[in-house]
Ligand binder design. Structure first.
Ligand code: NAP
Length: 454
């Protein structure tokens, strides 16, 4: 895949970049390695100050960064600006809390004393996706840098300007040269970086094949990894739910980021007592959404990030329909320039069709009817993925069963599944392993050193 900015709203190529050569990668690795030697000795209070400067820069320039994201990957401008501001939040969160999260932890032992000390690992490589081009990177970078690691970023090939802007923000904020560098490289160049002895660990957010590929290289060289992969999150609505609230939030949960979020509500699993009403209201809500220019402030849904993403979702819908699924609204890409796909709902989904078995990464809701909570939970778990789940009920027993029995990294009751710096984020099953954010996130890339003294 070429490293380039291609405006998804009209297909225009705005800027092309050349991938780094092996020699250029070597220079960056040497710089990162040298930087780690001194960066690991910097004071927490200084790192926190630099991170707060980064937060200020993100807030001050949120509109410019927002426009950059929208031009590169098509998200509506309002949510792009909000994303830049959310990055400031995660920077401030770790600036405020990292010292506490990483302080020595006393333990009991048969010595005179024992404790745990958290120390940085060294160079950590982050392979990141385009869908939240700033947020995904900052939620890695803020804890990694606070812990004293140095970061290398291999961003998705379609968001190179965002990748370079992030490096610039971190440097301008005051972090030493080499503490965080962007590598403009293609996916095929990742293996050599992971294999390099100076790189201690890696994290990847993206698809299952990419995660498996990175993890197998890391496994070969015995390196720690965190993987944040796909999701096919259920959005379960049971009889006692507030239907209007569930419809409004369900629409947002499916359509956020043009439907391209790992934790989007992808499968609507609705109890049959309320299914007709819910379906009718969901269709009506989808009809109100405005598809169009992502730079326009009143647009709800912009183009999909790349032409191939648009083709892929069109193909998944078409195959599902050929196998018997029914289209309630939408169902075909929009004609004309850009990767526009309309809000779509599929129902009467046949077993074995793509709508039944695959992740849909775009504005397509998959609608399933179930008899009761047993069927709802069984269907929710009938996927190899396990990222998040949203459950709508006002019945305490149902709530407790959903929390206990759903196989996912997160269960949100009567709310939208979202990431929040204060709460751990990540999946189980083929959605990956490890956690980002909160205290758990900063403990992923540290040496948890046991100290025993007599
Ligand atoms: P992708 O193709 O896997 O790309 C993600 C990143 O991995 C890009 O930087 C990509 O580089 C790189 N990459 C691709 N193949 C690779 C390989 N064999 N070895 C090393 N790196 C490789 O992901 P996508 O299709 O763009 O993104 C959508 C997927 O990401 C969905 O499944 C979505 O659910 C998931 N996602 C998960 C989370 C989460 O937090 N769990 C968040 C966002 C997205 P190039 O761009 O150069 O190919």
């Amino acid at each position: 895949m070429a490293i380039a900015t291609i405006n998804p709203a009209n297909g225009e190529t705005l800027k092309i970049f050349t991938a780094l050569t092996a020699e250029e990668i070597e220079t960056k690795l040497a710089k990162a390695s040298a930087a780690f030697g001194s960066y690991r000795k910097t004071k927490m209070i200084d790192r926190a100050g630099w991170l707060r400067n980064a937060a200020d820069l993100l807030e001050k320039n949120a509109e410019a960064y927002g426009k950059m994201m929208t031009l590169e990957m098509g998200k509506p401008i309002q949510s792009a600006i909000a994303e830049a501001k959310k990055c400031a939040l995660v920077c401030r969160y770790y600036a405020d809390n990292a010292a506490d999260f990483l302080k020595d932890l006393p333990g009991e032992s048969d010595g005179s004393s024992a404790f745990v000390r958290y120390q940085p690992l060294g160079i950590v490589l982050a392979v990141m996706p385009w869908n939240f081009p700033f947020w995904q990177v900052f939620r890695f970078a803020a804890p990694a840098l606070m812990a004293g690691n140095v970061g290398l970023l291999k961003h998705a090939s379609n968001v190179p300007q965002c990748a370079l802007a992030i490096e610039e923000i971190i440097l301008k904020a005051g972090f030493p040269e080499g503490a965080f560098q962007t590598l403009l490289i293609g996916a095929s160049q990742v293996e050599s970086v992971v294999a390099d002895d100076r790189v201690q660990a890696a994290t990847l957010t993206g698809s299952e094949p990419a995660g498996a590929s990175l993890a197998s290289t890391a496994g070969k060289y015995i390196k720690k990894t965190v993987l944040e992969l796909g999701g096919s999150d259920p959005f379960i609505v049971l009889d006692s739910a507030d239907i209007n609230a569930a419809v409004a939030t369900g629409t947002k949960a499916r359509m956020l980021n043009n439907g391209q979020s790992c934790i989007a509500a992808k499968r609507f699993i609705v109890s049959e007592g309320i299914a007709d009403e819910f379906e009718k209201k969901l269709v009506a809500q989808f009809q109100t959404l405005k598809v169009g220019d992502p730079l326009s402030e009143d647009t709800d849904i912009g183009p999909l990030a790349t032409a191939s993403m648009c083709e892929e979702i069109a193909d998944q819908v078409q195959k599902s329909v050929e196998m018997g699924a029914k289209v309630l609204i939408g169902g075909k890409p929009l004609e004309g320039k850009g990767n526009f796909y309309p809000p779509t709902i599929l129902t009467e989904i046949p077993a074995g069709s793509p709508a039944d078995t695959e992740e849909f990464f775009g504005p397509v809701a998959l609608f399933f009817r179930v008899k009761n909570i047993d069927e709802a939970i069984a269907l929710a778990n009938a996927t190899p993925l396990g990222l998040g789940a949203s459950v709508w009920t006002n019945n305490h027993e149902e709530r407790d069963r959903a929390i206990e029995e759903i196989e996912a990294g997160a269960v949100f009751i009567n709310g939208l599944v979202k990431s929040d710096p204060r709460l751990p984020f990540g999946g189980i099953k083929r959605s990956g392993y490890g956690r980002e954010l909160s205290i758990q996130g900063i403990h992923e890339f540290v040496n948890i050193k046991t100290v025993w003294i007599k």
